[in-house]
Design a protein around this ligand. Structure first.
Ligand SMILES: [Fe+2]
Ligand SMILES: [Fe+2]
Length: 375
């Protein structure tokens, strides 16, 4: 088999995987970019894959479906232990001590966790249903539901797609959204709010009942979750407008704008709650320190914890006036960037090579999408 037909076969296998939820033979050998325009068999396959949607729109929606499946999986784990388990968001039976530690950040944390979880379910279900309604391939990650989750009392114990027990949490959104002069789309970088969360590996849920004490250890886990909530949701807040710029159909644009706005609502809520995380050092891990965010090097009129709305900053051109905006929103490589961000967070520790190959392919196809009429 020459390399071209091998690449074609791998792509076809992964498509069948997407359609049927079966692990395709050879999916681990990742094919890249050998999609030949004009090859009749491939053109037919691409048409099947996109149905009545523009090819790029279907690819963008499929990547977003995968991101939403991942979001749902992690939020379900939080809801089982620290949210509200009911018929809207079933699963688990709650960990009273973890729930109480989360409520130190806000008395309504369990309600917000429940509602964020329900939202992600609906995002995932809607996007896949819309793809199917247009005859396009959908996304199914169920065969990768293999990771052991928490065994603490209250967890359902079902296998997971994501790992919340070894997180490295980038907290630079805290300073990014408070900057009046810098924007990541200009290449600017931002200091961490909680430097020790951005290094090492930290649990955001109790791994076993042993994590329920001492109380400051459990509080450190709840604080980690509090920052992780905002880190995840600011990622979604940037991802949707970044990809919207390359959507062609006005209806798909309506979907991306309408779902994307709810990610910003989630982020705003969690940004507010993270600022209430009590300063402490984890007695079980002295390297994990939650600082007083109202004291130097943060705090003051630029960094105080109640500055939860985006400070106006430079946008598009430094010659234009400052503007209060979501950032980053650069569209180039946005899907691959989101996948790298989730991977670097440790969310997929323990996942298989075929899982990464499939997500990489979905991201690359989304990043290859171009708005019709623009090349
Ligand atoms: Fe979502
Ligand atoms: Fe979200």
């Amino acid at each position: 088999m020459n390399s071209f037909s091998r690449e074609s076969k791998n792509k076809k296998n992964r498509r069948e995987f997407l359609r049927n939820g079966m692990v395709a033979a050879g999916a681990a050998t990742l094919g890249t970019g050998l999609l030949a325009s004009g090859a009749p068999a491939l053109a037919q396959q691409e048409k099947e894959k996109s149905g009545q949607l523009p090819k790029g729109d279907a690819a963008i929606l499929r990547f977003l479906a995968a991101a939403e499946i991942i979001e749902t999986d992690l939020w379900v784990q939080y809801n089982e232990l620290g949210g509200i388990q009911d018929n809207e968001v079933p699963g688990g039976s709650g960990s009273p001590l973890y729930t109480a530690a989360l409520q130190v950040l806000d008395g309504d944390m369990n309600q917000y966790i429940h509602d964020n979880t329900e939202d992600e379910f609906t995002h995932e279900t809607f996007i896949n249903a819309y793809l199917a309604s247009k005859g396009a391939d959908t996304v199914n990650l169920e065969p990768f539901r293999t990771l052991p989750g928490s065994t603490a009392t209250g967890s359902s114990g079902k296998p997971r797609l994501t790992n919340l027990m070894k997180l490295t949490v980038d907290t630079s959104w805290w300073t990014r959204y408070r900057s009046r002069t810098q924007n990541p789309d200009f290449g600017d970088t931002f200091p961490q709010a909680v430097p020790s969360l951005a290094a090492g590996q930290h649990p955001a849920i109790p791994r076993t009942d042993a994590d329920l004490s001492p109380s400051n250890h459990l509080q450190a886990i709840a604080n980690t979750a509090g920052f992780h909530f905002a880190t995840i949701e600011q990622g979604g807040t940037s991802l949707y407008p970044s990809l919207a710029q390359r959507v062609s159909s006005s209806e798909v644009l309506q979907i991306v704008l309408s779902i994307g706005g709810t990610e910003a609502i989630h982020f705003q809520t969690w940004h507010d709650k993270a600022g209430n995380a009590p300063p402490l050092t984890d007695p079980s891990d002295s390297t994990l320190v939650f600082p007083d965010l109202n004291a130097p090097p943060l705090g003051g009129e630029d960094f105080q914890t109640n500055l939860i709305m985006p400070e106006p900053t430079v946008f598009l051109s430094k010659s234009l006036p400052a503007c209060s905006i979501i950032r980053p929103t650069n569209t180039t490589g946005a899907a691959t960037g989101a996948l790298n961000f989730l991977t670097a967070m440790g969310l997929f520790i323990g996942q298989s090579a075929p899982f990464f190959a499939l997500l990489r392919e979905l991201a690359e196809e989304a990043d290859a999408a171009r708005r019709e009429g623009e090349r």
